[in-house]
Ligand binder design. Structure first.
Ligand SMILES: [Zn+2]
Ligand SMILES: [Zn+2]
Length: 836
């Protein structure tokens, strides 16, 4: 949808779309910017320019428009106090890892918290109405601006003010009135300073007008009224209109503090720590001038370096000031920003890796490390993490709990980077020699060696990162996910009644409502269909073997072998109860191992994927390194402790919003659940997951879990293979037999060794005696040795190789000498003697 078209349409009827009650009451006038033509609302009738073009732009730097000063955390307190006072519920932030949407890795706006995707539709789950939330949002689009422009962050706090117009919530008039009073009453900004600009918002099939509010050229917030759906002109009003006001908390702090950059008032005491390292006072006239220039010009140029050069010129900065002040400061801001983002992401369970969203985290830590080494800094990262968290924990107490986890992950990741550097450097040299690689080659370097194109650019192995690299990479991973969906003739069939969610009988009667090829659809079934990593039930329908069961939307299809019943038949069905019982034990075991692994390894452990068959199962978890024997044992012990404690496994249905509020997003271990009613499987408070699988009634029913193998299968993912129930006992028995066999073999080997030693001793005694006898011409028949004439041999088992070889050697040595003497005497040497 063309935004400009919508804006033109809406602005042509301002009374309908933009003219709120506040504008009338206060006497706001509507103006068109004399430079860009955009419409804005102001109390200053002399104003001719919109905030972007105004002469007052960024004049708050060094001269804030408020008498009160609020830093980042204080600014939130002000906002929260204001909205709570005005009947809003203050909601805690949602995770920055967006577990409830499979189209997003990270939470990018406050409204995302409440959006759920159902098919192609977006629906909302608001835990309260109206509400306000300090939502940490991660955005990696403008990483090169971070630390440089004074106002770009890799993560920021979006103040989300949300309301659904009904008997509790409100619509446009009240929203704009609240935002205006927040600025003027709560923050003490003069009424004339506030300017509202007409704009529109469009996305995900819906759109609506919006009013952006500015103070001295700084956009503080944007109130979006999501109102319509469809194509402009043929649009209709949404069933659920929503107010989506998002404001930047960092900017609220900045405007009251008037510091050269927003970074100076948003990172707390960490700045001071960092600046002490480089001996710079961030509060200087020259910096104020420099960053004001940057802020003013940033939107006018595409090239950031051009903006920098201009600001350097206009602020009168010398080359030495640039290298001594600006460059180190940009580095410090970058470190503070990236570290803060990493703290939020890791706290919420994300891991730096080469996959998906983890890639951005890895990239940020590498940028921190590169900056530290470029500026030759001695930094205690743990101390910086503590400083950040101490400052933020009042607003975000959850950060405090994960402090050590964050430190551990960053330490491991940094060490890994240092290790890989040597390898990466060598590879980069080869690439440089060979000439520019293709995008496909770059993808191979990235996937198999973990070498990013950014790194190759940094070391001048390539000139540019190809713009198609990441889209191609994501396509590659996308197509892996795509499953071939075969078209089945299932139209107009009724939903199959799922008995396995009810009484779950192992034998039942059902009506055949559709037969095609070897597939059968019943009106109801107890056969569990493949789903959520759980393999299907087997058994028989009307005497025919059931070999597969799949679910297509709400219809369950059974695949039979040996024939099919007729449509309309009422048939006897029998589920293979042993197979089902084994699969069920494996499924509950997956939940148990998942939570056990988390308790042993750390909070970053999430289910990545799982598979449960009747004789084996596996769980892939997110973890940074391979597991050692000790960790595997600890996980297994923790799992068997849960079995021993015999906890009940409870299954309950919840409204999705209620489930999320009550249990948090940990419930989405198996991924997003696109239904309104969520099936929650809980083992006390130890493991609570949204899950559609079959489960034992009590953990004790599993009896035993054995982990059979673990393996790091990809960057950040470890696979645990395991068996449970009868299969676990079988495994233990096999293991025992195996170890008994090994023990027996060891004993036998030892005995053999002993025997050999004894034989050696015996041989050493006997050989000289036998030789004496042979030389004396005596018979050795009694010793089972045949020595007739020049031949001497034995086939007796009583003598081993050692004896034979040594006896032979020694005998030859003796007899050769003797025979040589004889030969000289008789001169009839035949040459055969040497055989002896
Ligand atoms: Zn303008
Ligand atoms: Zn499950």
């Amino acid at each position: 949808m063309d935004k400009n078209q919508i804006l033109k349409e809406f602005s042509s009827d301002p009374d309908k779309y933009y003219n709120v009650k506040l504008f009338q009451e206060q006497g706001f006038v509507r103006k068109s910017c004399s430079k860009c033509g955009r419409f804005f609302w102001t109390l200053d009738s002399n104003r001719t320019l919109c905030p972007d073009d105004g002469t007052d732009t960024y004049s708050f730097i060094g001269e804030p428009p408020t008498t009160k000063r609020f830093d980042y955390t204080q600014a939130w307190k002000q906002v929260e106090e204001f909205f709570v006072k005005n009947n809003h519920t203050s909601v805690s932030r949602y995770p920055v890892v967006c577990r409830w949407r499979d189209d997003l890795y990270f939470t990018i706006a406050s409204i995302v918290d409440f959006q759920r995707i159902m098919g192609s539709k977006v629906v909302f789950e608001f835990p309260a109405n109206p509400l306000v939330v300090p939502q940490t949002c991660l955005r990696f689009k403008d990483l090169e601006n971070v630390g440089v422009t004074g106002r770009h962050f890799s993560s920021f706090c979006m103040i989300g003010q949300h309301s659904v117009p009904n008997n509790q919530g409100y619509w446009k008039d009240e929203c704009v009135d609240l935002d205006y009073r927040l600025l003027t009453d709560q923050f003490g900004i003069k009424k004339e300073e506030v300017v509202f600009v007409e704009d529109v918002w469009a996305g995900g099939g819906s759109f609506g007008p919006s009013l952006e509010y500015f103070v001295r050229g700084l956009e503080l917030g944007n109130a979006v009224f999501t109102e319509f759906q469809g194509e402009l002109g043929q649009h209709t009003t949404l069933d659920q209109r929503v107010i989506d006001m998002g404001a930047g908390l960092e900017r609220f702090a900045w405007i009251t503090m008037g510091t050269p950059t927003a970074y100076d008032c948003c990172f707390g005491p960490i700045n001071e720590k960092l600046f002490n390292k480089i001996g710079i006072d961030s509060d200087s006239e020259i910096l104020r001038k420099y960053f004001t220039e940057i802020a003013k010009e940033i939107d006018n140029y595409d090239d950031l370096n051009q903006v920098r050069r201009l600001a350097i010129k206009n602020a009168g900065i010398t080359d030495s000031q640039l290298t001594k002040m600006i460059t180190p400061m940009e580095g410090m801001y970058l470190i503070a920003d990236h570290l803060r983002t990493l703290i939020f992401a890791i706290t919420d369970g994300a891991l730096p890796s080469n996959v998906g969203g983890g890639y951005n985290l890895r990239m940020m830590l590498r940028r921190i490390n590169a900056t530290v080494s470029k500026l030759n800094l001695k930094l205690d990262i743990d101390d910086l993490i503590d400083t950040h968290i101490d400052y933020l924990k009042d607003t975000y107490p959850e950060l405090d709990e994960k402090r050590e986890d964050v430190k551990q992950i960053l330490k491991i990741e940094s060490a890994r980077y240092e290790e890989s550097k040597v390898h990466m450097k060598k590879k980069a040299e080869k690439i440089r020699e060979k000439g520019t690689p293709t995008v496909d080659e770059l993808i191979t370097f990235y996937e198999s060696d973990g070498i990013t194109p950014e790194y190759l650019k940094e070391v001048d192995a390539i000139a540019e990162v190809p713009s198609s690299f990441y889209s191609k990479l994501s396509d590659l991973h996308q197509s892996e996910k795509k499953k071939a969906i075969t078209e089945l003739p299932l139209e107009k069939l009724p939903e199959t009644e799922t008995l396995f969610y009810k009484d779950d009988p192992m034998e039942f009667e059902a009506k055949v409502i559709k037969v095609f090829d070897d597939q059968v659809v019943l009106d109801k079934t107890s056969f569990y269909a493949r789903g959520g990593g759980q393999e299907p039930d087997h058994g028989s329908i009307a005497g025919f073997e059931v070999v597969d069961v799949d679910k297509h939307a709400d219809i369950i299809v059974h695949k039979l072998k040996g024939g099919t019943p007729n449509e309309g038949d009422t048939v006897q069905c029998k589920v293979d109860a042993t197979r089902r019982s084994n699969i069920t034990k494996n499924h509950t075991s997956t939940h148990i191992i998942n939570t056990s692994a988390r308790s042993v390894l750390g909070s970053w452990v999430w289910q990545h994927s799982a598979f449960k068959d009747d004789d084996h199962a596996r769980l892939d978890i997110t973890h940074h390194s391979s597991l050692n024997d000790e960790q595997v044992k600890q996980i297994e012990d923790a799992a068997n402790k849960m079995i021993k404690d015999n906890y009940p496994v409870k299954i309950e249905y919840f409204d999705r919003g209620t489930a999320e509020q009550q249990y948090g997003f940990r419930i989405y271990q198996g991924g997003v659940v696109p239904v309104k009613s969520v099936r929650i499987v809980s083992i006390e408070d130890k493991d609570i997951e949204a899950c559609g699988g079959t489960h034992v009634k009590k953990t004790g029913d599993i009896e035993l879990i054995k982990i059979t193998k673990t393996k790091r299968i990809q960057d950040g993912v470890v696979r645990l293979e395991f068996v449970s129930g009868p299969n676990a006992f079988e495994y233990v028995k096999e293991q025992e037999e195996e170890s008994k066999k090994k023990e027996q073999q060891a004993i036998e080997k030892q005995q053999l060794e002993k025997q050999r030693e004894e034989n050696k001793d015996k041989a050493r005694e006997k050989i000289p005696v036998f030789i004496e006898k042979i030389l004396a011409g005596e018979s050795l028949d009694s010793e089972e040795i045949n020595s007739k004439g020049k031949l001497c041999f034995t086939s007796s088992e009583n003598y081993d190789d050692y004896f034979n070889q040594n006896f032979g050697k020694k005998l030859v040595a003796k007899t050769t000498l003797q025979h040589f003497v004889e030969f000289l005497k008789r001169s009839n040497y035949t040459g055969n003697d040497i055989c002896r």
